[in-house]
Design a binder for this molecule. Structure first.
Ligand SMILES: [Zn+2]
Length: 229
């Protein structure tokens, strides 16, 4: 902790994104109590669990993991708000580091060659200033050192906000929103798809469908920060 950041803390106190209490100089984005209170969701099996099964109708997914159980109206909602709507890429990176740290004791990352964050359209990324999934991927990469690929999977259009749609409407809403130009970076690779919060899994399913359509030589795993309960 530099003297400048200590001085800045004094002049402009940083606050926890969940409880809004003032942070200590060694705390980042969230206070220790709120970090401890995150409702962790660790599956007994990483290769056969409720998240993996959401993608079985599209393609076989090797393994899937999440950090927390997401529920609207709880602390987890404040974390989502910060990641997506309050201009906090640092919160995304912190959550990515937490997810990677939780999984580092397992063989989840074994054999993974590339991390592919779910892309935003260029327009939406410009408006938000960053892609939250890409920032989460950066946090994961900081811990495990696997490279990130943001070029292969492109988002060709935005889907409308999903919150008010039924599961079937969500699936239709995300049809044909991704494209792959060049499969050479992913041929024969094991890729890890990253997103922030998974509800029905429709967006990731659509990305997986686009990827496996482009190349059959692919192993896919999935990780997200929160799974809607
Ligand atoms: Zn707090």
């Amino acid at each position: 902790m530099s003297r400048l950041s200590l001085l800045l803390d004094l002049l402009l106190p940083r606050r926890c994104v969940v409880c809004e209490e003032q942070l200590n100089s060694h705390e980042k984005c969230m206070c220790t109590a709120c970090v401890m209170n995150i409702p962790r969701l660790s599956f007994p099996s990483l290769t056969d669990n409720e998240l993996v099964r959401r993608f079985w109708n599209v393609a076989p997914v090797h393994a899937a993991a999440t950090l927390m159980a997401y529920r609207s109206g709880t602390d987890t909602h404040s974390i989502l708000e910060a990641m997506k709507y309050q201009g906090r890429p640092d919160v995304c990176q912190l959550m990515g580091r937490m997810l990677a740290t939780e999984l580092s004791g397992t063989d989840f990352f074994k054999g993974i060659d590339l991390i592919i964050p779910i892309p935003l359209s260029r327009k939406r990324k410009r408006r938000r200033g960053y892609n939250q999934a890409e920032q989460i991927a950066m946090g994961i990469s900081q811990v495990i050192g696997i490279p990130i690929d943001t070029a292969t999977l492109r988002r060709t259009k935005d889907n409308v906000t999903q919150t008010t749609l039924s599961a079937i409407q969500r699936a239709q809403n995300v049809q044909d929103i991704f494209s792959v130009q060049d499969t050479s970076p992913i041929n024969g690779k094991h890729i890890l798809i990253i997103d922030d919060i998974v509800t029905t899994g429709a967006t990731i399913s659509s990305a997986i469908a686009t990827l496996v359509e482009a190349t059959s030589q692919l192993t896919i795993s999935v990780a997200c920060i929160g799974l809607t309960q």
